[in-house]
Design a protein around this ligand. Sequence first.
Ligand code: FES
Length: 291
Amino acid sequence: MIIPKPTADTSDFETLARRVDEAIAAIAGLDEPAKARATDLKDAIEAFHKLALTRMVRALKADPRGKELLFDMVDAPEIRALLTMHGILRADPLTRATRALETVKPYVQSHGGDVELVRLEGDTAVVRLSGACQGCSLSAVTLRDSVTEALKAQVPEIARVELAEPEPDLIPLDSLFAAPTATGWVEGPLASEVSPSRGFRLALDGPAGERSVVIFRIGETLSAFHNQCAHQGLPIDGGLIDPTGGTVTCPWHGFCFDAKTGECLTAPEAQLEPLPLQVRDGRVFVRVDGR
Ligand code: FES
């Protein structure tokens, strides 16, 4: 049997999406028994696809090369839409807001400024602008407007954008370095020094060391991980923490993780590598042996 090749007008993403919408609308107009039958068929096909897709994603995730391929593939809109539709991929507003800022950052930086997302509170995004974005010059106002426009356009849930205070130029307190002892335990900060709004970076090879640990606080719970995102291994200590949702969003490409368990909420089965953590006499200790 010869399978006809899809033609341009039936295979592009927009056309296929429209066909699906039209078919669903047509089902809604059927009499009750036919509607139930058609809905049952649709649900069964979707469940079958979800099962197969979940297995494919798991298999890809099990192999480092497959994992890399998977992360590349989800950039394609049709693959992202398919995985999102089946609940295999979740893009939350925080992730989309982070991505929105990434799109406008090159423009802001080309004008000597910078921008970062501080938090989302309901329909309000709080951003911090620095460099040329501060003050009230014409260019600062233009840059602020561009940031606001990008956020509102790409994250419809955002109705307002507020500015956070610029950060003081101090060496951050939430950064230490320490070497593991023979037992593998590393002395970290006081538990009270771990902020709920920022990961605490604990370097293991001196202040600029490549190996580091990140400690997060969600409420009273502290958790420690190797300071490497499960996506491309870049440091995640600068990630955006959502204390309400208990998540941290990687500042590099916006993957979102459960800050207590390290489970990735953006790509199934990716995982930050957790480390044993203890609090003794108010001080945090993390065990990093085995690496
Ligand atoms: S390194 Fe890409 S999302 Fe974290």
